[in-house]
Design a protein around this ligand. Sequence first.
Ligand code: G6P
Length: 614
Amino acid sequence: MCGIVGYVGSRQAYPILIKGLKRLEYRGYDSAGVALINEGGDLVVYKTKGKVSNLEAVCKDKDISGSTGIAHTRWATHGEPSDVNAHPHYSENRNLALIHNGIIENYLSLKEELLKLGYHFQSQTDTEVVIQLIQYIMDSHSISLEEAVPLALRNVVGAYALVVIDKNNPESMIAARKGSPLVIGVGNEEYFVGSDATPIVEFTNKVVYLEEEQIAFIKKGEPLRITDLKSVKQTAVVKELELSLSEIEKGGYPHFMLKEIFEQPRTLKASMKGRLHPELSGVKLSGIIDNRERLLKAKRFIICACGTSWHAGLIGKYIIEELTRIPVEVEYSSEFRYRKPVILKDDVVIAISQSGETADTLAAIQLAKEAGAFLFGICNVVGSSIARATDTGCYTHIGPEIGVASTKAFTAQVTTLTLIAISIAEELGTISEERKKTLTAELQTIPDKIEKILEHDEQIASLAKTFTYARNFLYLGRGYNYPVALEGALKLKEISYIHAEGYPAAEMKHGPIALIDDEMPTVVIAPKRGHYDKILSNVQEIKARKGRIISIVTEGDTDIKKISDFALEIPDTEECLTPILSVIPLQLLAYHIAIAKGRDVDQPRNLAKSVTVE
Ligand code: G6P
């Protein structure tokens, strides 16, 4: 969702800010803007609906000088995407400008008060209220911006990461966070601010992650000062950034999504590194070993997640139940948090989130914490809000995922859930030595097997061209591959805008079969292991109605291949591991259909990479 960049130092701010905004484009947005204190001492704001390139066009003949500035990409929540609703927002007297991620929940009541006091609003956003409030507090109490910001934020209800600049303090910025992440890059007599580290990494590897309800007072050439909302001094902990520039660049691929699909052999090895010990036929996860007693006490696991992470969670349910015999429920975080769920003290809640910032998942685990459940996180972003809010967990360690459509995070989440299931089963004694040996040995072969599937990329690209006409797709799978059908359909919708539905194959008879005709493509995930004969009957039912079939089959398959219009092969593996392989051709299929339709795969319309509002 929204992205934040800020700079104060001796360099020209504008190129740094624009480059930063481009690095943040992956988060999803619909308008962009920049505010600068220019060399003439004026505070100027330029903003526009659309892409960062539109903003550059707007700024082309403008004064973009100055060494202090803030910039923003907005994903609309309050008020449509438009030039006026884009950030930065000015204060009434035009001395201050502010950018903001998050939602101000009490903005209506604050706005009413400010309107009564004679303040005027240009936009429909919740954000503009904050900057007007800050100015009001400065004026009414005759105090500085530094004194006014904590007072204003104590009156604000909601979530924010925000940055303010003041034309009367041209070498300073004030940044604050509550509920939305904010990173400050510490350079040589200069500072950078980002909603994540991607705009900062090429300038410095020294960063301070702002904690909840902290305010940073940032001044060129001076040490960073941090306080809480009550103005109590806090320590600025400078950390070394664990991110390299190459991880956030395309590295020769046309899109981040394709790069990330092709990275999977490597990222899966990274997820298993130090955890999988085939020579001992075992799995060692410190998050499990260190919390052995609490985890083994669990009578039930509840998995909370959204989107692709939810699909991984569904596969996690199948494997945890199969190996440990402990019941697992899989919940959409957004439903769980509001439906008064039964949460017992012995429950273990597993939160799965690539970004670690998804607002609904964060709220779901906060609810579970209040009910006394033990919280286990599976996150990718180290130090993210969900990773910090959980009692323990496992990182997936796959590096940044930039493509909005999640790919390498999914396979890493499924792999991590498999390791967790084996590890708990090992502790409980519900897995035989032989089975453990087979699974750990097989897991080790998965990266090479993915490599083999990726060799079919060109074949999938040419197949994709055949299906650009389709307006609907059906994806079918059974058992472990039912969640893969959901994930395959989600990938296609997200980036090609073709309607697609995933279904458990046998349920097709209860509805979707009505849609099948010679125009409707059905993707059937039918590896040899699992319910092969059953799914073969489902494929025959589709064929009998002249449906077009693309099947995902195990190498050497003949029966399903024979009746399919197109078949894509994957290597054989254990049934519970098939999702990690069967999803790869579906990722490539969605990618190539979207490309053939001319879609922007890395920044699909309306979508955000990290959904930090509910
Ligand atoms: C958004 C992203 C999806 C992602 C979902 C959950 O919708 O576009 O790719 O699966 O959020 O995100 P999380 O970071 O919690 O895994």
